[in-house]
Each structure stands twice: as structure tokens, then as C-alpha cells.
Write a protein that binds this ligand. Structure first.
Ligand SMILES: C[S@@+](CC[C@H](N)C(=O)[O-])C[C@H]1O[C@@H](n2cnc3c(N)ncnc32)[C@H](O)[C@@H]1O
Length: 309
């Protein structure tokens, strides 16, 4: 199995501005690429989080090498505040999230994330909760259509939802990734630029792992932990996630005209100064060289915000 290539690694290190920083949270440990680079290139310690038990198991060499400078917790990153609190820590100097699935997850057929391999239709990063197969069986046609439309931006959401439910009612099962991918391929006719199952797979993955809710909470919980000068760095891989990050960062940096009183208190200090500052006016993307080397990085988008007061 190939490892995970850390996306925009140098950009992430630069964004965290590690000089004089003592403690960084890597909220998406994955293959440990960011964590290792932070530990090797600075004096900072790292608290890592991942919801996938297999990622935790992979952290052993880093734990052995960096000892007290490294710890890892199996949890969702929306619980970042509790994870840190359990270590009697109340603030940190930086937080990074590299949202999405790792190559370890995509390339392991049994995890069921990819229609490039045949495996159980699962998609749970933490191996807990409802699977993609159960969603197809238990959600109504309307709920499925809504998910495919909202989370997959799928034009044929209603048609696919209807056909899937009919197929299940006829006594068939979608127990594997390929059974679903081939069914969608047969259902959608006409010219296709990308594999017709791409959007439905994205939508199911987001729903199974509650990815957008996770991201929204994680942004707010992380900001509460940042010391002045501390940065929150987010690398995301599709437009739904990037939109959430972009909108929230704009709001926090006071770039939105209409902000309610509650939010005003959150983003303006007692002496009227902004509490947060966007570090990048434009979204950062991988270099052409990186995309050539690792085609999976092509849709990455990075945004940075700093606590300044
Ligand atoms: C793209 S990989 C991170 C790769 C890592 N930056 C590296 O360099 O190896 C994303 C990881 O985040 C984890 N993850 C995704 N969403 C999560 C969440 N809500 N809470 C905790 N971990 C999550 C996944 O299980 C996966 O291992």
C-alpha cells in the first residue's frame, strides 16, 4: 500500500509560522506527514487527533521518536477543545486541519471510500455509526435526493435517488462500492466528463462522516483555543468545504457588512481592535510541480486566519 503524500506541506509549515511556537494541534493526523514535519522543523510539541483507529496505530514511530513532544487522541476534531482540556491545556499556538480522507483510507478497498476498488459500501472514517449502505437502505427517496444535491452537487439527484430506492424495493442490495458505481453508471445516460458515481460517492461520504458539521464546529472550537499570534490553517478538497472556511474566515476578519451583535462581540476586542486577521487575501493552491507529482493534491485549497488580539 502506498503512503499518504502530505499536501501543500511547505505552505502549511510557513502558514503555521512555527518560530517561537510551543504547541500545535494537528487535527487530522492521517499518515502523520504534517505532524512529523512540524516536529522536525521546530521546537513545538504536537497534539494530534484522528477519528480513524488505523491512523492512531500508524503514529507509533513518531511517538517513539519524539516522546513527550507528541501525543495523539482518537476523537473527532470537533472535540478539539475537550481533547486539549483533558491534558490540562487551555490554549495553543496553532491548529491545522487537512480535511478529508487519507490515501490509506481511499486505497484500502474494505473501507469502501472509492469506486476504483471493490469493497464493502462503508465509508466510515471512525468505523462507528451508520454506513453508506445503511443510508441507502434507511433514508427516504427525498432524503437521498437532498443529500446527493446538497453534498454532491449532483444534477440528477432525484433520478438517482428514485432508481436506488426502486432497486432496493425490488429486493436488491448495494453491498459493495462497485454495485453502486455500476448502477449509477447505467442510470445516468449521456456524455460524462467524470465517473457518474463521483458526486454520489462524495455526498454519501459527507453524510456518513457528518463532514460539514464537523468542519463548522472545529473552526469555532479551534479559534477559542488560539493564543494571540496563533494561526488556524485549513486545507480542504472540495468547494462545499472551502465555502464554509472562506465565509467563516471573512466573517471573523470583519469583512462582512452585516454582522449581528453576538458575532460583533466575538470579532472585535474590548478596545475596538479586530480579534482575527485573514493571512491570505486569496486562497492558496498547490504549485504545478506538486500537482504533477501528486495528482490528488489538484483540488486542495488552503486558508489561514490569525488571532491578533
Ligand atoms: C487527508 S488526511 C490527513 C493527512 C495528514 N495531513 C498527513 O500529512 O499525513 C485526513 C485525516 O483526517 C481524519 N479526519 C477526517 N475528518 C476527521 C474528523 N472530523 N475528526 C478527526 N479526524 C478526521 C481522517 O481519518 C484522515 O486520517
Amino acid at each position: 500500500m502506498v503512503g499518504h503524500y502530505p499536501v501543500m506541506l511547505q505552505e502549511v509549515l510557513d502558514a503555521l509560522a512555527l518560530e517561537n511556537k510551543k504547541l500545535i494541534v494537528d487535527g487530522t493526523f492521517g499518515g502523520g506527514g504534517y505532524t512529523r514535519a512540524i516536529l522536525e522543523s521546530s521546537n513545538a510539541s504536537v497534539i494530534a487527533i484522528d477519528r480513524d483507529h488505523e491512523a492512531i496505530a500508524r503514529s507509533k514511530p513518531i511517538a517513539d521518536e519524539f516522546k513527550t513532544r507528541f501525543s495523539i487522541t482518537e476523537n473527532t476534531f470537533s472535540n478539539i477543545k475537550d481533547v486539549v482540556k483533558q491534558k490540562n491545556i487551555t490554549s495553543v499556538d496553532g491548529v491545522v486541519f487537512d480535511i478529508g480522507v487519507s490515501s490509506f483510507q481511499i486505497d484500502t478497498p474494505e473501507r469502501g471510500f472509492s469506486f476504483m476498488h471493490n469493497g464493502e459500501l462503508d465509508m466510515r472514517m471512525s468505523k462507528q455509526g451508520i454506513t453508506a449502505r445503511q443510508i441507502l437502505e434507511e433514508y427516504s427517496e427525498e432524503q437521498l435526493a437532498m443529500i446527493f444535491k446538497e453534498y454532491g452537487e449532483e444534477r440528477h439527484s432525484r433520478l438517482i435517488a428514485r432508481k436506488i430506492k426502486e432497486h432496493i424495493e425490488e429486493g436488491n442490495v448495494f453491498d459493495t462500492t462497485l454495485s453502486l458505481a455500476k448502477f449509477i453508471d447505467r442510470t445516468i445516460k449521456g456524455k460524462k466528463k467524470i465517473h457518474p458515481a463521483t458526486r454520489v460517492f462524495q455526498a454519501l461520504r459527507i453524510e456518513v462522516n457528518q463532514e460539514l458539521e464537523e468542519l463548522k464546529s472545529a473552526i469555532d472550537e479551534s479559534l477559542k483555543l488560539l493564543n494571540i499570534g496563533g494561526r488556524l490553517v485549513i486545507v480542504s478538497f472540495h468547494s462545499l468545504e472551502d465555502r464554509i472556511v472562506k465565509e467563516r474566515f471573512l466573517e471573523l476578519a470583519g469583512k462582512r457588512k452585516h454582522i449581528n451583535k453576538y458575532k460583533q462581540e466575538e470579532i472585535v476586542s474590548q478596545n475596538g481592535e479586530p480579534v482575527y486577521q485573514s493571512i491570505t487575501s486569496k486562497v492558496l493552491v498547490p504549485s504545478d510541480d506538486e500537482i504533477k507529482e501528486n495528482v490528488r493534491s489538484r483540488s486542495a485549497k488552503m486558508r489561514i486566519i490569525e488571532r491578533v488580539a
